[in-house]
Design a protein around this ligand. Sequence first.
Ligand SMILES: Cc1cc2nc3c(=O)[nH]c(=O)nc-3n(C[C@H](O)[C@H](O)[C@H](O)COP(=O)(O)OP(=O)(O)OC[C@H]3O[C@@H](n4cnc5c(N)ncnc54)[C@H](O)[C@@H]3O)c2cc1C
Length: 462
Amino acid sequence: MLGNATPRRMAPKGLSKMTEVHSASSFEAIVIGAGVIGSGVAFELSRRGLRTLSIDKLGGAGHGSTSSSSAVVRFNYSTKAGVALAWEGMHYWRNWADYLGNGTNDAGTLGPLAEYFRAGILLLKSEGTNEDAFLPLYEELGVPCEDLDHDETIARWPWMDLSRFGPPTRLEDERFWADPTEQLAGSFYCPDGGYISDPMLAAQNLCDAAKRAGAQFWFNTEVTAINSSQNRVTGVTLSDGRVVSAPVVVNVAGPYSFHVNQMAGVVEGMGVVPKPMRREVHVAPAPSNVDYDKDGVLFADLDAGTYTRPERGNLVLIGGVEPECDPLEWVEFPDDASTQVTDAEFELMVLRAARRITGMGVPPQKSGVVGVYDASPDWTPIYDRSDLDGFYMAIGSSGNQFKNAASAGHCMAELITAVEAGHDHDSDPLVVFGRFTGNPINLGTFSRKRVISDSSPATVLG
Ligand SMILES: Cc1cc2nc3c(=O)[nH]c(=O)nc-3n(C[C@H](O)[C@H](O)[C@H](O)COP(=O)(O)OP(=O)(O)OC[C@H]3O[C@@H](n4cnc5c(N)ncnc54)[C@H](O)[C@@H]3O)c2cc1C
């Protein structure tokens, strides 16, 4: 059952004068970017009755960084709002057809849908797992989690080697090859964790749902300027010179967000500034004696420096968790990032995973994808307004916000509604209530003006 399922017309001050105008060059909201989050924002705005235009320079929804996402759904974040948003986000995936169909339950008419695999997720107990932060939040927000000791973990996943390998090192460090002498204490297991089968399809599902709710999508169309007058956004200019007007513009440009914020002149007013970061994700065969599709599990492994999940076809998908020994690959512009998986990173990541997954080896052929994160210094997104009235941002997704695409879309639409109606979000941060869980999500946590401290998250786990 979806709360707030009935679309409601938004009649905030800044928008009311636009509602009578219906030309191809004026809208009530423009969303820059049609990735999974941008399409989620477009759906939530249009289902509230806003005449919404999404613009993307690529050829279709989800063709940007969304296409390389590992699409892992987990709940261990270090803030209450982070856990609440992720737990809420999972409910959208579990109720995907119902949500996209706006409560009609008519999945038959929606076309192929991204599937949620509830494979369960483990966080191995090791240095930095931060359970003192997230376990009380799980309890408060209703996230089921089992505390498993070493033997219970091995009994459930007998292919797992729980030796202590960490702290993570690189292959050229002799400590990498040293025989382990200790065992990890066990794991925290969330049975509701999992992954999305096809991240690009998920974005397309949201795009289609937004179109059904009245949104337009212009693909192969690039925004080159953000227009404003008297500190109020008035619309955008496209690369072919066309001007499109709207009193609300939302930056959901993924790793291009910094450049779009520069166009709007809003970077100065931000305490946290996300930048593009290149990342490789690798895929290798699971051991042949394990049916990993059935008996595999997702796990985050700060001790070895990886996260892994089953990939269809008895494969293991392997990503990194930014241990100190791994250099971060910042790039000036996302298009500068090499799109080739490198031999060195492939070998390192597969060997890290192979120490944990007994019987796994490094295949002769490397396989994987290269993606670009829009990485914040504290690995936390920004879901906020900007210092320019009417200009909003859903950015800094930092390699961990795919799971929140729909819940963040809801939060952004609530934020835009409230701020356009006069709410002072900067001095009184908006609290949004989850459609499914009813949990409060304090959007102040995702403020552009937050201050980074020593206790801010230091890895992609956020
Ligand atoms: C390798 C990798 C692994 C990840 N793994 C996970 C995971 O396991 N779990 C998880 O929750 N999250 C994960 N993430 C993060 C998640 O995938 C992203 O947060 C999410 O896909 C971002 O969606 P988006 O809509 O914000 O951006 P994008 O998908 O990048 O879309 C932005 C769009 O904006 C468009 N654009 C940019 N500038 C302009 C312009 N000037 N004019 C017009 N269009 C423009 C681009 O063409 C692009 O299509 C991962 C990310 C990567 C890269």
